[in-house]
Ligand binder design. Structure first.
Ligand SMILES: Nc1ncnc2c1ncn2[C@@H]1O[C@H](COP(=O)(O)OP(=O)(O)OP(=O)(O)O)[C@@H](O)[C@H]1O
Ligand SMILES: [Mg+2]
Length: 252
């Protein structure tokens, strides 16, 4: 059986500069992977390239998702196939109510998969249930997407999208940044509720603390555009203790 996500020897350039230098990562269904690594090591770049954000030039390697060439697909196709990225810096979309955005995005994905669109009552029921579980007030859903949301509210809105879209690969880029202690627990509960044998998660974080809530099966250390070490959850504790210096030497 093929892996859910297979990144092989990926090389990526941004504005003539190579950012990822031969990165490989295999994620199977049911697994939770954490990616840690110093600022600028390429974690967000990797997540953007998987989601299909424009502006990145793949100069080598490949990405397979469910055995298919992901790099050949448009960002919409990737989302419909089950790729979801919770952004480190969620974008604001003024003039588009969060509720409208969620409904349009969800129905577009369902349509692309050949599934029927949600009826208004069914959609409302679903969005209300997921929002309530994440402590997101109804009033926020009427506001423009992320417009005037606090940092923590934006992060919770990303987890809300994830809960609604039910993707098969969830990439969470620094979901914990800006969340207060209670919100962190609520958001982590929301993520854990989505853990299943049919789904995988890639959790990018700087802090071991998040991994107490979302316990990973594997931890990878990225340095200078590569995965330089992989291990179990104990690797995160080792990093907290010793820092990244030992791995940076290896990557150089
Ligand atoms: N659009 C861009 N133009 C120029 N350089 C870029 C661009 N996007 C990323 N980079 C560079 O690529 C490198 C990797 O950035 P990236 O955001 O992937 O790091 P990161 O590991 O997510 O860091 P952090 O932990 O700070 O979020 C950085 O040196 C960054 O400046
Ligand atoms: Mg980043």
């Amino acid at each position: 059986m093929s892996a859910l996500l297979e990144v092989r020897n990926l090389q990526v350039r941004v504005e003539e500069r190579e950012i990822l230098h031969g990165l490989s990562l295999t994620v199977n269904k049911g697994e939770v992977h954490a990616i840690m690594g110093p600022n600028g090591s390429g974690k967000s770049t990797l997540s953007h390239v998987i989601a299909g954000k424009p502006g990145y030039e793949v100069t080598g390697g490949e990405i397979l998702f469910k055995g298919e060439d992901l790099l050949e697909m448009s960002p919409d196709e990737r989302a419909a196939k089950g790729v979801f990225l919770a952004f480190q810096y969620p974008v604001e979309i003024p003039g588009v109510a969060t509720m409208t955005f969620l409904r349009t995005a969800l129905n577009a994905q369902r349509k692309a998969r050949g599934e029927s669109e949600y009826s208004t009552p069914d959609f409302l029921k679903k969005v209300r249930a997921v929002a309530a579980s994440l402590n997101i007030p109804q009033e926020m859903l009427r506001r423009g997407v992320n417009v005037g949301f606090s940092g923590g509210e934006k992060k919770r809105n990303e987890v809300l999208q994830m809960g609604l879209f039910e993707p098969s690969l969830c990439i969470l880029d620094e979901m914990d940044s800006g969340l207060d202690i209670d919100a962190l627990r609520i958001a982590a509960d929301g993520v854990n509720a989505l853990r299943s044998s049919e789904r995988a998660m890639v959790v990018i974080t700087h802090y071991q603390r998040l991994l107490n809530y979302i316990v990973p099966d594997f931890v990878h250390v990225m340095s200078k555009g590569r995965v330089v070490k992989s291990g179990g959850k104990e690797l995160a504790l080792e990093l907290e203790e010793k820092g990244y210096a030992q791995f940076e030497e290896q990557a150089a």
